[in-house]
Design a protein around this ligand. Structure first.
Ligand code: BYC
Length: 474
């Protein structure tokens, strides 16, 4: 169980390590300062119907109730330790899982933890202003739930930095509160976390596409031979599921509403669809293209010696590593990657160890394709002749083998000039953004009411009705 009587709720017996407790209690006000500055705008007095973790057991960990977000009990929760656990891959395979950081891996492990940690506050910053244009109280409550949990995920990484990395860990923890999404001088580490999230269509796309990168990266880190990292990531994954749910159902509801209106008025022309105050499917496709491609970049280079090192040292595994049937060392195996040669995209086999980023990206793409197929079903059921498509893997990429090339939506290798000519057709253009924002000029917060451009969800939170007062504004 989690001890909520402590200043910092935890299940790691924090009270027994006074030095660590003091260091974290010192970081806590800095975190609160960051939350007041960069957390959801104007929300500090709202009482929000949030779930709070009460236990790390898979059943019954959630408790629901009204909480003012600055009073949310952010804390440190690790899954219980399995004393038998081993390092399951790489050159240390078969050794007992590490409870302390192996000296030789200190700096690369710290880098992975910092990179993971950096994304969490970044996403809160990106979503900071969205409350003022929410489509319903239900959605407002959901974004706040996502935000407090991203805050907790930051706590998870900061605990590891403080507990296992001494002074440089503490410095990194401070730097995590100093970088800012999109800041020219001190940006967040990874590309997608410096992109704006200007509207709710972008928010749902982000939680569907980018939070799912979170899932896959956390799954890979949950395999880590460094046991405290594995245990904290396992618990983070239970929270991540809700974030992806928000994204998937958010887009489903937008598509559903658009299709309803198209069907009712028997029209397909995007301009006419827009005139009825819903988002045309073509715009949804362009947002999809953007969020998919910037998220693919988050997996890093297709061929990466960093990725090989992470794996060989037992620090970061593959998706579902222990369920895979091979030697878990990958000294002989190969894996296909793609390269642009002249005007063609060519497949090439490389040592599997070096292609682990690409492999994780491929695992991700498989899951994404299933989600997009579920969205498609909504369109098909409405009888509307429109097909949502995932762009080619090389489209609009800035990291890896496709970076610097101009790949079209179907994988055609183009000149910079030809690509540019079609950019507005493929990616959200200024008119799209302006239109989407014109639908979201104010917030809809009457209980049970939803903005015209989105269908209500199938059910409320924690079996509450849709007209439940999910947020009290005071
Ligand atoms: N943007 O060999 P390379 C989440 C850098 S999301 C900018 O290609 P590597 C969440 C890279 O850092 C999950 N820079 O890549 C979601 C390296 O720089 P240094 C986040 C990039 O190292 C929603 C250089 O390029 N977690 O949790 O094999 C809401 C060459 O590196 C990018 C993780 O990512 C980019 N897109 O792999 C809230 C897990 N890509 O070090 C939360 C931890 C690469 O040479 N991170 N670079 O200066 C990792 O495992 C790895 O750092 C990466 C990159 C997979 C990201």
């Amino acid at each position: 169980m989690i001890d909520y009587t402590e200043k910092i709720p935890n299940n790691v017996d924090l009270g027994r390590d006074r030095g660590l407790q003091r260091a974290l209690e010192h970081w806590q006000p800095a975190y609160m300062g960051w939350w007041y500055d960069m957390g959801p705008n104007e929300s500090h007095n709202y009482e929000v119907y949030l779930r709070t973790a009460t236990s790390v057991e898979p059943d019954g960990w959630a408790q629901f109730g009204y909480v003012k977000m600055p009073e949310y009990r952010w804390g440190i929760f690790l899954q219980p330790r399995d004393a038998q656990r081993e390092v399951n891959f790489g050159i240390h395979k078969g050794q007992a899982a590490w409870q302390e950081v192996p000296g030789e891996y200190r700096s690369i492990l710290r880098r992975v933890i910092v990179t993971q940690g950096d994304t969490e506050p970044a996403s809160v910053e990106q979503q900071r202003l969205l409350g003022s244009s929410c489509p319903s109280m239900y959605d407002l409550r959901n974004i706040f739930q996502v935000n407090v949990e991203e805050g907790r995920h930051l706590w998870a990484m900061v605990y590891l930095l403080h507990r296992y990395f001494g002074r440089d860990g503490r410095e990194e923890a401070e730097a995590l509160l100093a970088r800012r999404s999109g800041d020219a001088d001190n940006p967040r580490i990874l590309g997608a976390f410096n992109e704006p999230t200007p509207d709710w269509l972008a928010f749902y796309m982000f939680t569907f596409f980018t939070d799912r990168d979170g899932k896959f990266q956390l799954c890979a880190l949950a395999e880590s031979g460094f046991d405290p990292l594995a245990r904290t990531c396992r618990f983070m994954l239970t929270e991540e599921a809700h974030h992806m749910f928000v994204g998937e159902t958010g887009i489903t509801r937008i598509i559903k509403r658009t299709c309803e209106v198209m069907k009712e008025h028997k029209l397909e022309d995007p301009a006419q669809v827009r005139a009825l105050g819903v988002i045309d499917l073509q715009t949804i496709q362009r947002y999809l293209n953007f969020h998919y491609s910037v998220t693919l970049d988050l997996y890093g280079s297709d061929v990466s010696s960093n990725a090989a090192n992470y794996f060989t040292s037992g620090l970061k595994g593959r998706f579902r590593e222990t369920k895979l049937e091979d030697d878990h060392v990958l000294s002989e195996a190969e894996y296909p990657v793609y390269e642009v040669i002249g005007d063609k995209i060519v497949k090439k086999n490389v040592p599997a160890l070096t292609a682990l980023n690409e492999r994780l990206r491929d695992d991700y793409i498989e899951e994404i394709a299933d989600g997009v197929a579920r969205w498609q079903r909504v369109i098909d059921e409405a009888g509307i002749p429109f097909t949502l498509k995932l762009p080619h893997k090389g489209f609009h990429r800035a990291i890896g083998n496709f970076a610097g090339h101009h790949i079209g939506i179907n994988g055609e290798v183009l000149t910079a000039e030809d690509w540019k000519k079609r950019q507005d057709e493929w990616l959200p253009n200024a008119a799209d953004e302006k239109f989407v924002q014109s639908l979201m000029t104010g917030r809809v917060v009457e209980p049970g009411k939803f903005a015209n451009w989105i269908a209500p969800p199938v059910r409320g939170i924690n079996s509450k009705p849709l007209d439940f007062e999910y947020v009290r504004f005071n």
